[in-house]
Write a protein that binds this ligand. Structure first.
Ligand code: ATP
Length: 320
C-alpha cells in the first residue's frame, strides 16, 4: 500500500479532526502518501481530493466539526456512483481508505471494498448507536455538552418551581438521554428503546414529587421519541404546574472535543492505518470490553445493540 485516503461521512462529531490527524500523521510516519477527500462520498465522486501533509492537520485536534467537511450522497448509493468513486481512487493512486462515520457510511465502505479499494471504518457519531463498539467518536463530548446545558436549565427550573422537558439528540438511540438522565439526576428519562407512551405515569410522578416538596421535575426526552413541546403542553394542563420544553439541538454536535474523544479518536485513527498497512480491508475499528479491536464490517453491521439493562434499571431506581 502506497497511498491512503481519509474522509468523513454522515453527521459530524467532535473528535473527527483528532481521528483525521492521527490517520494522516501515522501514515506519513510509515512512509505513505495521504489524500484528504472532502465532503464524504460526494467529494470522492466529484474528485474533491487534496494532498495532506503533516502541517495540513496542525492545530485541529482541539477543534469540533471536521476539516474535511461531511455530506450525505445519494449517487453513491448506486452501483454507477460506487464505480465512479473507485475510479477516482485509482486516478489518485489511493489503494486504501479510512471512512469516519456511522452505519450508513460503513455500508458505503463495504461497496468501495467490493470495488477494489481497501477500506477501514472508524465509528464517528455522537449517537453511540453502532452495535460492535462501546465507544463512538463524539459521544463523550456530546453528553458533556448536553449535561452542562441541562444543569443550567435545572437552575432556572428550580428557581421558578417548574417542570422541564429537555430533548437531547441520539436519533433512534437513547444513549445520550440515558447518560444525561443519570448524570443530571432527572426525575424521568424517556428512551425510544423503552418508552411505553404512558404520559399519565409521568404526570402522577410529577404530582407525587410536588407533594413531597420537590421544587422541579426534570424530564430528559430522547430525539427518537420527540414531541417535547406537545408533551409539555399536556403535562401543564394535567398538573397545573408550569412546564417548559427545551430542544437542545445541534449545539450537542459542536464544540471542542473532550480529552477522551481526542485520545480515543487518535488511537483509532492510528489503528486504522495499521490495519491498512497489514493489507486488511472491509474492517471496522471498535472499542469493546476495554480494548481497541476490529471487526469485519459485514459482521459488525449484522450486530444488534440495545440499552444496557443494568444501567437502565439503575437510572429508574435513582430517579424515583
Ligand atoms: P450518522 O448516523 O451520523 O448520520 P451515517 O454514516 O449513518 O452517519 P448516512 O447518511 O446513513 O449517515 O450515510 C452516509 C452516506 O453513506 C450516505 O449519504 C451514502 O452516500 C453512504 N451510504 C449509506 N448507506 C449506503 C449503502 N447502503 N450503500 C452505499 N452507500 C451508502
Amino acid at each position: 500500500i502506497k497511498t491512503i485516503g481519509v474522509l468523513t461521512s454522515g453527521g459530524d462529531a467532535p473528535g473527527m479532526n483528532a481521528a483525521i490527524r492521527a490517520v494522516v500523521r501515522t501514515a506519513l510516519n510509515k512512509g505513505l502518501k495521504v489524500k484528504g477527500i472532502q465532503k464524504g462520498y460526494n467529494g470522492l465522486i466529484n474528485d474533491e481530493v487534496i494532498d495532506m501533509d503533516k502541517k495540513s492537520v496542525s492545530d485541529i485536534i482541539q477543534r469540533g466539526g471536521t476539516i474535511l467537511y461531511t455530506a450525505r450522497c445519494l449517487e453513491f448509493m448506486t452501483a454507477d456512483g460506487q464505480k465512479k468513486a473507485a475510479e477516482v481512487c485509482k486516478k489518485h493512486g489511493i489503494d486504501g481508505i479510512v471512512v469516519i462515520g456511522g452505519d450508513g457510511s460503513f455500508r458505503g465502505a463495504q461497496k468501495l471494498a467490493e470495488n477494489g479499494v481497501n477500506t477501514i471504518g472508524l465509528p464517528g457519531t455522537i449517537d453511540l448507536d453502532i452495535a460492535c463498539t462501546d465507544y463512538t467518536i463524539g459521544f463523550d463530548t456530546a453528553v458533556n455538552t448536553a449535561m452542562e446545558a441541562i444543569d443550567k436549565i435545572r437552575d432556572t427550573s428550580t428557581s421558578h418551581e417548574r417542570c422541564s422537558i429537555i430533548e437531547v439528540m441520539g436519533r433512534n438511540a437513547g444513549y445520550i438521554a440515558l447518560w444525561c438522565g443519570i448524570a443530571n439526576g432527572a426525575e424521568d428519562i424517556l428512551l425510544p428503546e423503552r418508552y411505553d407512551n404512558d404520559e399519565q405515569a409521568i404526570i402522577n410522578h410529577i404530582i407525587e414529587g410536588r407533594k413531597k416538596g420537590k421544587k422541579h421535575h426534570l424530564i430528559i426526552n430522547a430525539e427518537g421519541i420527540g414531541h417535547s413541546t406537545g408533551m409539555a403542553r399536556r403535562i401543564e394542563a394535567a398538573t397545573g404546574i408550569e412546564t417548559r420544553a427545551t430542544i437542545l439541538g445541534y449545539m450537542q454536535r459542536g464544540g471542542s472535543p473532550t480529552c477522551k474523544d481526542r485520545m480515543y479518536a487518535s488511537v483509532m485513527g492510528s489503528y486504522a492505518v495499521d490495519l491498512l498497512v497489514e493489507g486488511k480491508s472491509n474492517r471496522l475499528v471498535a472499542y469493546k470490553n476495554g480494548k481497541f479491536v476490529d471487526f469485519d464490517i459485514d459482521e459488525a453491521l449484522a450486530m444488534k445493540k440495545d440499552i444496557n439493562e443494568y444501567e437502565f434499571n439503575i437510572s429508574a431506581l435513582l430517579s424515583k
